[in-house]
Design a protein around this ligand. Structure first.
Ligand SMILES: [Zn+2]
Ligand SMILES: [Zn+2]
Length: 87
């Protein structure tokens, strides 16, 4: 008789070690810009959001050329230089 039954124990120990070691250092991406409340529904929205994802309110002006968020006080887009006209 020649039984090879020592491999089972080694296999289960190795498996257990692997499944516990990989979850600890999963870094969740944090938003860099501070959230601010939507003026209409108070949902926290990121500062660079153009529309509220909850109610669809336009939060900031968007450049008509490149459609990036621009500030209302700007006269020209800081990203593409397009002239901004107040509606
Ligand atoms: Zn809203
Ligand atoms: Zn632009």
């Amino acid at each position: 008789m020649c039984g090879h039954n020592h491999s089972h124990q080694a296999n289960t120990q190795h498996d257990f070690h692997q499944s516990t070691g990989t979850h600890a250092d999963l870094a969740y991406p944090q938003p860099q810009t501070a959230a601010r409340p939507c003026p209409k529904c108070s949902t926290p929205v990121q500062e660079d959001f153009v529309f509220c994802p909850n109610c669809g309110t336009e939060l900031v002006m968007a450049c008509p050329e490149c459609h990036r968020a621009v500030e209302a006080k700007w006269t020209h887009c800081a990203f593409c230089g397009a002239e901004l006209v107040a509606a």
